[in-house]
Write a protein that binds this ligand. Structure first.
Ligand SMILES: *Cc1c(COP(=O)(O)O)cnc(C)c1O
Length: 376
């Protein structure tokens, strides 16, 4: 019997990198500001339970998720501390908020009324729209916001807002961010002047922590940067930050064959051998989150420190690569899809560039079928 994990395609988590990133981000922030990591979307594909459990072990006790079901998954795995649901929760799911001791965002005042009417006392954070215009009650609606603090079934433990251009450094973007911060701050001051006991405040996500750490209130909702990545290679190269990627992805050689001149491989006969080629099939595909846009030599993988281009069309569960130039490859060998192999490295930035997106999307779309394992 074989019962090793990581037999097909898997994510390796570098917990030393995670710890260093946490330390660095914490150090950037004012002393009173604690990290409240964003572990939504399966912790940006890393594996929410493994990541959050490790963060608990590092002493972190506040987290944010996007949905109730993400919060439930963490509670079922024994995660302790505060778990804030950032998104809208349908009234049908309100009992689950209570049962699993989750904290709900009040996405506007009318939603606050819905939560208040549900009967039981709920832990909530009030979400303020300071200029992103996505979720939150408009900061200028002071009376309406103040009315939330009189609702007997809302236990308001936090109030927060979200910045929409904290990653930009143009004059306009910096000015807009400052305005968002001012709207939020002014609201807090007005509530205080009205005698309201203002709860914990938070405003910053990753780029906020990096570019405006002084705006940190009681928490910073760090996501992408904690995983050791910024959204684009350009941002990362410009920043020179000591962040270390936490995630690598590996798979295996499933089968190797020789193609003769003129033979095709894969769906749509998209790849045709112009000379004798050696083609290998690897055990990972787009259902695992490998973008189909990497087809036709846009992407590549690493085997034993050598680069092998992806050929033909990426399939749901498998991908074809050209290993003609690489000697000694055998069935079952390890293939690096993201990460280091010898002197070479393929980064999430490379995949994001090759597919015209940001790293956040590549990571958050990694499939549930990938196994996740930790290394130290
Ligand atoms: C996703 C999210 C975050 C984390 O964002 P990063 O840029 O990944 O740090 C923080 N706050 C809110 C409201 C979010 O939706």
């Amino acid at each position: 019997m074989c019962s090793v994990s990581g037999v097909r395609a898997w994510v390796e988590l570098d917990f030393t990198a995670l710890k260093e990133n946490v330390k660095y981000l914490q150090h950037k922030l004012p002393n009173h500001c604690k990290l409240m990591p964003a572990v939504k979307a399966n912790a940006y594909g890393h594996g929410a339970v493994l990541i959050t459990r490790e963060l608990n072990r590092l002493g972190i006790m506040d987290f944010c998720v996007a949905t109730v079901s993400e919060g439930i998954e963490l509670r079922k795995a024994g995660i302790r501390g505060q778990i804030l649901v950032l998104g809208y929760t349908h009234p049908e799911e309100i009992p689950a908020l209570e049962a699993y001791k989750l904290t709900q965002s009040v996405v506007d005042v009318s939603y606050g009324e819905v939560l208040n009417a549900c009967g039981n006392r709920l832990n909530v954070h009030v979400l303020i729209d300071s200029g992103m215009h996505r979720l939150g009650e408009r900061a200028e609606h002071v009376d309406k916001i103040a009315s939330l603090f009189e609702m007997s079934h809302l236990n308001i433990t936090g109030i927060y807002s979200h910045l929409c251009v904290s990653d930009g450094n143009s004059e306009r973007e910096v000015e807009y961010t400052k305005e968002q911060k001012n709207h939020f701050q002014k609201l807090i001051e007005t509530l205080q002047q009205r005698g309201i006991d203002v709860p914990k405040t938070h405003l910053l996500a990753s780029y906020g922590v990096l570019n405006y750490p002084e705006y940190g209130g009681d928490y910073a909702r760090v996501g992408i940067a904690m995983y050791g990545i910024l959204s684009t290679k350009h941002d990362y190269e410009g920043s020179k930050l000591p962040l270390q990627p936490v995630l690598s992805i590996k798979s295996r050689i499933a089968s190797i064959r020789r193609l003769h001149v003129g033979e095709s491989a894969g769906y749509g006969m998209a790849y045709v051998a112009q000379q004798e080629r050696v083609i290998a099939t690897i055990t990972i595909g787009y259902a695992d989150g490998i973008p189909r846009e990497l087809s036709d030599e846009k992407g590549s993988v690493l085997i034993g420190g050598r680069e092998a281009p992806i050929v033909g069309r990426v399939c749901m569960d498998q991908t074809l690569i050209d290993i003609t130039e690489i000697e000694g490859v055998r069935q079952g060998d390890e293939v690096v899809v993201i990460g280091k192999s010898g002197e070479k490295e393929i980064t999430v930035y490379d995949l994001a560039e090759q597919t015209g997106t940001i790293t956040n999307e590549i990571l958050s779309r990694l499939g549930g079928r990938l196994e996740r394992r930790a290394t130290f």
